[in-house]
Design a protein around this ligand. Structure first.
Ligand code: G3I
Length: 469
């Protein structure tokens, strides 16, 4: 049995960083479907509306997000463009994506992201040229001599870096080269080419685009530990050998409440070697459903990571690995965990967003209550078995009240409601609509009503976006 996910929709639209003009346009065109303005009235811009990218720029920093090219429209595109000064393709530049068949290239998503970034005056971090994951089958299943493999790698790096020459601020040239104990990870590359595949990759990338900053990137290297010390020693030796290495990427896929105490010290020791540092893939995962306490802790965690970077001059970029919980790798990789990014699935900023803003000098400590208050509908799954699950929706009001309510959502994977209690629910195709029962239509200011349901599922059970009203 898994306990899991939740999603929240409020009736008052507040999405910092999409300029007010764009928010209204989005509402008018229906581009943002998650919220509806009600009698409470539209929110006005407030201090935290200063986009993260402007706050970062004032600190001499760049703030980035990983993105999926196909999503760069509507509210997702608006937020990506307005809030961030750097984009990293989450998957689009990986070898398996760009050359799925040997000699046959697909640059479409990568090109799209680069074009979007240029249109929005954003940097691009290229990710990633040499990795042991997401390589094409023809490469991993092939039988190659070391000389052939070296030549394939050189060609790959030269082709990709040349294609985007002048358009990429920094490349994650080598990704995840180390084991946790600081020994080299056995991979296609290390096993066949030895440790010098790293120096060679950097040298080839530099030849193709001398202006791009070249990074080595890894996870679990945020604090001072055996793995980060191995990385430190590698960078030191590469520098001594004159190999072109410009930076170190600390991925920072963190667990709630577990920001390493030595993060800033670790950033500083790399900076002292004469390289830049970037936080390249920041997210903070938590057990679902998220609670007010866990979201508050997450805010502190984001603030402390961004603050550590802000405190070190050579820490140049903090990139979040997806800005919205609807576009995060976490739930599928760590079942029962999620809510790892600064915006929820409905593009509402979470406390974590304000943690980032505060660390970058933004003045607002918490989102101000929307004028007139708001009522919120939160969907969650409390238990799930092989073909069914139990879920509930909680409708809560703060600074507002309801005398009746109706919520609706659309199931994306064929789920069917089989039974509901404390609400009258109907399902037509994918669309579920639930109205209050005769006895629970009133939700007072400061109060809440919850209804439950059983439903069937198969294949997958994604959390839908719930609309209240
Ligand atoms: O595109 C296919 C789709 O056609 C198919 O229907 C679907 C079915 O599973 O899979 C889709 O591909 C998925 C791909 O993401 C795009 O969504 C892959 O299965 C999935 O494995 C892949 O996961 C990516 C993961 O790297 C792979 O290791 C994540 O999106 C991506 O965020 C993640 O990023 C890595 C960094 O590159 C390196 N550091 C760790 C980080 C998190 O794992």
């Amino acid at each position: 049995m898994r306990t899991s996910r939740s999603t929240t929709t409020t009736r008052t639209f507040r999405a910092p960083g999409i300029p007010l003009r764009k928010r209204i346009a989005a509402l008018l065109t229906g581009a943002v479907s998650v919220a509806a303005l009600v009698g409470a009235g539209a929110t006005t811009a407030h201090a935290a509306d200063t986009p993260l990218r402007d706050l970062a720029a004032a600190q001499g920093k760049v703030i980035g997000t990983a993105v999926t090219g196909s999503k760069l429209t509507g509210a997702y595109g608006d937020i990506a463009g307005a809030q961030f000064s750097s984009l990293t393709p989450g998957n689009a530049m990986k070898w398996g994506t760009v050359e799925p068949t040997q000699g046959s290239f697909n640059w479409s998503e990568a090109d799209q992201i680069v074009a979007f970034a240029q249109a929005h005056h954003q940097q691009v971090r290229g990710h990633t040229l040499v990795w042991h994951n997401q390589n094409p089958n023809w490469l991993t299943n092939g039988s190659w001599t070391p000389a052939q493999l070296s030549s394939l790698l050189q060609n790959h790096i030269t082709t990709e870096v040349t294609r985007y020459k002048g358009k990429i601020a920094a490349w994650d040239v080598v990704n995840e080269a180390f084991n946790e104990d600081g020994t080299y990870r056995p991979t296609l590359w290390y096993d066949n080419l030895g440790a010098d595949y790293i120096a060679n990759a950097l040298t080839w990338a530099h030849a193709a685009d001398p202006a791009a900053k070249l990074y080595i990137n890894d996870y679990n290297v945020e604090g001072v530990n055996a793995k980060s010390t191995a990385l430190y020693n590698l960078v030191k030796s590469l520098k001594q050998r004159g190999v072109p290495i410009d930076g170190v990427g600390l991925q920072a896929h963190l667990i709630l409440g577990q920001v390493p105490a030595t993060l800033q010290q670790n950033i500083q020791r790399f900076a002292d070697l004469g390289v830049d540092v970037a936080i390249t893939e920041l997210d903070v995962r938590m057990q679902l459903p998220a609670t007010a306490a866990s979201l508050t802790q997450q805010k502190a965690d984001f603030k402390s990571v961004v603050g550590a970077c802000a405190a070190v001059t050579r820490c140049v970029n903090v990139t979040v690995w997806g800005f919205t919980d609807s576009d995060s790798w976490v739930p599928s990789t760590f079942p029962g965990y999620g809510a790892a990014t600064p915006y929820d699935e409905n593009y509402n900023p979470k406390p974590a967003y304000y943690g980032i803003a505060e660390a970058l000098g933004g003045g607002t400590s918490t989102p101000p209550p929307p004028p007139g208050g708001a009522c919120t509908a939160t969907y969650s799954v409390s238990s799930q078995w092989n073909d069914g699950f139990t879920g509930q929706v909680r409708i809560a009001c703060s600074g507002a009240s309801l005398s009746s309510w109706k919520v609706s959502w659309s199931y994306g994977a064929g789920q069917r409601i089989t039974q509901a209690w404390n609400a009258v629910c109907t399902q037509s195709g994918a669309v579920v609509t639930c109205q209050n029962a005769s006895y629970n239509g009133t939700v007072p200011d400061g109060g809440a009503v919850t209804f439950g349901f059983n439903a069937s599922w198969s294949g997958s059970n994604p959390v839908p976006t719930v609309t209240l009203g």
